[in-house]
Design a protein around this ligand. Structure first.
Ligand code: CA2
Length: 145
């Protein structure tokens, strides 16, 4: 199984500020953790991080017929982007939405997720463990198919 891990704007800044919301792990730590977990589970992973909405749409389109699943944290575009929702719908690659923080417990504008409607599941508030849980969920779904 091949899974594409997509991270949106500012997630490259992890570990630099706002540890109360996002913890102390850096983006490099996150990538290393996911790689180790994927290796253990026999899953191949690739990573994209971009601060640009169109790049995220391109990454999702790239997954079409190349990946068995997508794990995506669209960052702030979660709450605004119809383009990212449409891209996930268009490729119909099984996708899990992840948020490091508990978005439901934060400002009201973070309660809205455009992408959620196109995802198998949303995992929020589990810190960086959420990415590992998303991989496990995709694996379980793949095993059912
Ligand atoms: O909780 C999440 O994973 C978010 O997707 C993170 C986004 C935020 O806009 C979403 O509402 C929830 C923010 C990305 C990280 O932003 C940082 C800001 C300062 C320092 C480090 C990261």
């Amino acid at each position: 199984m091949k899974i594409l891990i997509i991270n949106g704007p500012n997630l490259n800044m992890l570990g630099i500020r706002e540890p109360d919301h996002y913890g102390r792990a850096t983006y490099a730590d996150l990538v290393a953790r996911i790689r180790a977990h994927a290796k253990e589970k026999g899953v191949r992973v690739a990573f994209v991080q971009s601060n640009h909405e169109g790049d995220l749409v391109d990454a999702i389109q790239h997954a079409y017929r190349r990946y068995d699943g997508i794990v995506i944290n669209p960052g702030a575009y979660t709450h605004t982007s119809v383009a990212i929702l449409d891209a996930v719908k268009a490729v119909s690659v099984p996708t899990v939405e992840v948020h490091i923080s508990d978005v439901e417990a934060r400002e009201e504008f973070r309660h809205v997720s455009y992408i959620r409607a196109a995802c198998l599941a949303t995992i929020a508030g589990h810190g960086t463990d959420g990415y590992l849980e998303a991989i496990d969920l995709l694996l379980a779904k793949g095993a059912e198919a």
